[in-house]
Design a protein around this ligand. Structure first.
Ligand code: FMN
Ligand code: NAG
Ligand code: NAG
Length: 354
């Protein structure tokens, strides 16, 4: 018996044994995967699978860099699992044979109401880095917003764009104003159409324990003196439309709307900056309760834990950025999936169960 047991032990240690971190069990079988090697793409049928594939393939340090979040990761987990409290009320008697997913974002047409959010250092996963994401976004007809902390330069990313491909660019509020102005100018000169200005880590350093195991954070240089006044002054540093990203309260959504920004981007940065921040769903519910008029003033974009089309639908139903012209009723969070131009708008509403 003993040699057989020994043989089995060797066999099992070669296969990937991956902690799936409490993600929903949809039957993913990793037993034939080899640690350090990308698994067959056909094995991956949802975004959770892709996370597990990344965990299998990347070095522990690179996985930690992408996966980590602040402190006890309460916000990171809430982003993923707050959807459990949502019920989508779908109406049955609607012709949905010709659904159109197209939408406009800041007036530019895209084929779907979701986009690729800014995320630092794509080159830690693949040598093609951000250029791969530019190509993927172009092929899918969706918006890509590269990060200012990308592996590739602003110019390299811009050069990868397809004909007529519209991209926006993310920026941080650096305390070094020379650097800030220089980057704003380069972003404008290379053809990006809008600036997504991340305002959630001015004066705050995300404490990410998982990442700390591998290296000390180098995410510094952010301006600790940044206020709503500086935000309006920053509008003078570029002619691009500015979209504040990382807004986490209804109060700040309202401030941005009143300052005349064309859109505001509700986000807790994937839980990476501060822990115990609310989720986009909770913030949107507060906006409906306190300042429902802002849905008619500006576009509202949102992210955090969006892994399924049902999550996109939930945020659309709560009035997030699908369309910027539509009236959103206070007591009925309806939103056409397809925009005003669709011949067959499909309505859903969302309610929360606490
Ligand atoms: C690895 C990683 C890097 C990120 N880098 C940036 C960044 O450079 N600038 C930024 O504004 N947001 C950054 N974010 C936050 C994302 O834009 C987005 O708000 C967040 O990932 C959404 O939450 P989710 O990861 O649960 O989908 C990063 C997120 C991740 C996971
Ligand atoms: C500020 O940024 C500029 C442009 O990137 C750079 O040349 C300069 O060294 C920076 N200053 C400091 C104090 O880091
Ligand atoms: C922006 O610049 C204009 C023209 O120089 C100036 O009048 C205005 O006060 C500036 N706005 C802010 C908020 O600094």
């Amino acid at each position: 018996m003993r040699p057989v047991v020994f043989f089995l032990t060797i066999g099992l240690s070669a296969a990937a044994d991956i902690d799936t971190e409490g993600l929903p069990n949809t039957g993913l079988d990793t037993s034939s995967w080899t640690t350090g090697t990308a698994p067959p793409i056909d094995d991956l049928v949802n975004l959770h699978d892709i996370q597990i594939a990344a965990k299998n393939t990347l070095s522990a340090a690179n996985y930690a860099y992408y996966r980590t979040a602040a402190l006890d990761e309460v916000t990171y987990q809430n982003n993923l699992f707050a959807w459990n409290k949502i019920r989508l009320n779908g109406f049955s008697f609607t012709d949905v044979s010709d659904v159109n997913l197209k939408t406009t974002i800041l007036g530019y047409e895209f084929d779907a109401p979701f986009f690729i959010a800014p995320a630092a250092k794509a080159g830690r996963a693949d040598d093609g880095a951000e250029g791969n994401l530019v190509g993927a976004a172009n092929a899918a007809g969706i918006l890509y917003i590269p990060s200012i902390s990308s592996t590739q330069s602003i110019e390299e990313i811009a050069a990868a764009a397809g004909d007529d491909q519209v991209m926006f660019h993310q920026e941080y509020v650096w305390s070094n104003k020379t650097r800030l102005q220089d980057e704003l100018t380069r972003i404008e000169d290379t053809g990006f159409k809008a600036l997504v200005l991340t305002v959630d880590n001015t004066g705050i350093q995300g404490i990410r324990n998982w990442q700390e195991r591998y290296s000390s954070s180098n995410d510094n240089g952010h301006d600790a003196t940044f206020t709503i006044q500086s935000l309006s002054e920053l509008q003078n540093m570029t002619s691009l439309p500015i979209v504040p990203k990382g807004v986490k309260t209804a109060h700040d959504v309202k401030l941005c709307a009143d300052l005349g920004f064309p859109a505001v981007y509700i986000s807790n940065h994937g839980g990476r900056v501060v822990d115990l921040a609310p989720t986009a769903v909770e913030i949107l519910l507060d906006v409906h309760r306190l300042y429902p008029e802002v849905f008619n003033q500006i576009e509202i974009w949102a992210d955090g834990g969006v892994r399924r089309a049902t999550h996109v639908l939930t945020l659309l139903a709560l009035g997030a950025r699908a369309i910027n012209t539509r009236q959103v009723e206070l007591d009925y969070f309806g939103a056409p999936l397809s925009g005003e131009t669709s011949s067959t708008p499909y309505y859903v509403s969302a309610s929360t169960y606490t």
